[in-house]
Design a protein around this ligand. Structure first.
Ligand code: AGP
Length: 593
């Protein structure tokens, strides 16, 4: 979603913001803009990419204080007027914003009654005008920030400049992420660390309702009671934020090809000296809980389906698995001692932050499974487990999914101190390497055959069904083909009505207990004209199957063969000429509900 990059005192502000915005492109955007102070506030913005912004921005910017933004439209169409930065009516204040202001219509009407005029359709313009309205009452920007915060409802991360403060960049935050990068003789601000890691490795994360300012030499943060807060500095290294393609043409391909390494790294992180390395209190909490609620969105929700089934089958713990945005509005806490597992690659997903607030109010304990240390969700969780996948730039999540599933399987093993999963994971690594080295051409061939279809079915049962859901989402995201994942047993309860001549049906058969039933499903769709592509394991395979891999433990399909689904989506997108790393309308980090 929207990305913020700002700085004060940095040597080449132009280069910093353009490069920084490019680093945030993975979050999704439709327009981009820059604002800086040169006696007056100057703004350059337009629909399009940071590269386009680079073309329209003056070559020399000498300003000390600068803010910039990539917008992902929510209120108002993508247009120059709706792009950020926005300027207050009297041109005193300009700001960039990530988030959603729920009460912007009321505030807009209030400001109109005070003589304000609005030029955009955005909720953000309300914040700028409200800040200016309060600022003009007493010429104190901190008071204006405090009053504005008190009146806006919703989520916001804002970087703000004021014409009267040429040496200061203001900021405030609730729900949407905002980080300060601590420099020597300069300070930085951004939505995540990636634009700043070239300049510093010291970071301060703003918490909800915190606000303040940065100057060249100072960082001041205040809490919601206006008390100065002594913020902890965290260290983040350049390597883990590297957006280097390492010779790959696309991030999605690079990230799929990293899956085997990620799984190896994960096993080493959580199993050393013949012992599982999980926090003992976490394991006790899981064992003592009589019900575990899994929450996630999109791909992370698909991983949570696997996690729930593992805990039920192997640990005998009852679970429910919910899409976070569904649970948030009607939360339920089954059992007497529920425990909640939240799964989020980014750690910044607004729907989950909403859930976390509800859980905290109830006082229940939580585990976050994430790729992002220090993220908003991580700071709010009782425990955090990292998936150690390294930065995932492609909007379509791939290696993070495989790592989430692998981590859940290790955790399930650790609860019972059952070490079988370690060997099972070793088997999956061999399968992943085989797919990478031997099957890509075949997958490309299937991609060519299916690319012009409007509808595609994925079929599987149990763990293969969960994988089918992820495979189907991936295909939708990057190829814009409509696809459905259907549990084999459900076919005849409705979806089979859609099967017609030539419909591509991709079938996963990797589970001995469901293999026979899946073969019957294949006959059902074939006899109605479907073109079937079967992915199977050696012992369950038939000659006509499209892709056959070595045997592995059936509950690990999300690790072992998810790369087949990812390569397939990747090659279809490429064959159709789409921007595979930045699919339309999607954002990497979904920071609004
Ligand atoms: C995955 O390919 C998607 N882009 C999306 O479904 C994603 O998994 C979802 O938005 C959740 O994100 P999170 O894991 O960062 O919370």
């Amino acid at each position: 979603m929207c990305g913020i990059v700002g700085a004060i005192g940095v040597n080449n502000p132009r280069e910093y913001v353009i490069e920084g915005l490019k680093n945030l492109e993975y979050r999704g955007y439709d327009s981009a803009g820059v604002g800086f102070l040169n006696k007056k506030i100057k703004i350059y913005k337009d629909v399009g990419s940071p590269s386009h912004l680079d073309e329209i921005l003056p070559k020399n910017i000498t300003s000390d204080v600068i803010i910039s933004h990539t917008r992902w439209a929510t209120h108002g169409v993508p247009s120059k007027k709706n792009s950020h930065p926005h300027l207050s009516m009297n041109k005193k204040i300009s700001l960039v914003h990530n988030g959603l202001i729920d009460n912007y219509i009321d505030l807009r009407n209030f400001l109109i009654s005070k003589g304000y005029t609005f030029y955009s359709q955005t909720d953000t313009e309300v914040i700028g005008n409200l800040l200016e309205y309060y600022y003009l009452q007493n010429n104190d920007m901190l008071v204006a920030l405090d009053k504005t915060k008190a009146n806006i409802k919703g989520s916001y991360a804002c970087a703000i400049i004021n014409e009267d403060y040429p040496d200061t960049l203001f900021m405030m935050r609730k729900t949407s992420p905002l980080l300060v990068g601590k420099g020597k003789g300069f300070n930085l601000i951004a939505s995540d660390a990636s634009p700043m890691v070239k300049y510093t490795n010291e970071f301060i994360e703003l918490d909800d309702y915190e606000y303040g300012y940065i100057t060249k030499y100072d960082i001041k943060v205040f809490n919601r009671n206006n008390e100065l807060v002594d913020k902890a500095v965290t260290i983040k290294d350049l390597e883990s934020y590297s957006h280097d393609l390492n010779g790959y043409p696309h991030y999605m391909l690079k990230e799929i090809e990293e899956i085997d390494t990620v799984i190896k790294k994960l096993v080493t992180a959580y199993y050393q000296d013949n012992e599982y390395q999980f926090n003992k209190d976490l394991l006790n909490d899981l064992k003592e809980s009589d019900h575990i609620i899994f929450l996630g969105c999109g791909t992370s929700y698909h991983a949570s389906l696997v996690g729930g089934r593992l805990f039920e089958n192997f640990n005998n713990i009852s679970t429910t698995k919910y899409i976070a945005s569904e649970w948030a509005f009607h939360p339920t806490f089954p059992g007497v001692r529920p425990f909640v597992v939240l799964i989020s690659q980014s750690g910044e997903t607004a729907d989950l932050i909403h859930c976390q607030k509800i859980i905290k109010k109830k006082g229940f304990r939580t585990l976050l499974i994430t790729n992002t240390p220090g993220s908003t969700l991580s700071r709010g969780a009782t425990y955090t487990l990292l998936i150690h996948a390294g930065v995932e730039v492609s909007v379509a999540s791939t290696k993070a999914y495989a790592a989430q599933v692998a981590l859940l399987s290790l955790l399930s093993g650790a609860i019972n101190n059952d070490k079988k999963v370690l060997n099972d994971l070793k088997d999956t690594i061999r399968v992943i390497e085989y797919i990478k080295n031997e099957l890509k051409d075949k997958i490309k061939g299937i991609a060519e055959e299916i690319k012009d279809h409007e509808n595609i079915f994925y079929l599987g049962r149990s763990f293969d069904y969960f994988l089918s859901m992820e495979a189907s989402l991936k295909l939708k995201e990057v190829s814009y083909i409509h696809s459905e994942a259907i549990p084999g047993g459900e076919l005849k309860h409705g979806p089979i009505a859609l099967v017609n001549e030539g419909l591509p049906v991709i079938v996963f058969i990797t589970d001995p207990t469901t293999a026979n039933s899946m073969r019957s499903n294949i006959e059902e769709v074939k006899s109605r004209g479907a073109k079937v592509y079967t992915i199977s394991t050696k012992d369950l395979s038939k000659d006509e199957d499209s892709l056959v891999v070595d045997n592995y433990a059936y509950y690990l399909s999300g690790v072992a063969v998810s790369s087949i689904a990812f390569y397939l989506a990747y090659y279809v997108s490429l064959a159709k000429g789409y921007n595979v790393d930045k699919p339309r309308n999607l954002a990497k980090s979904v920071t609004v509900e």
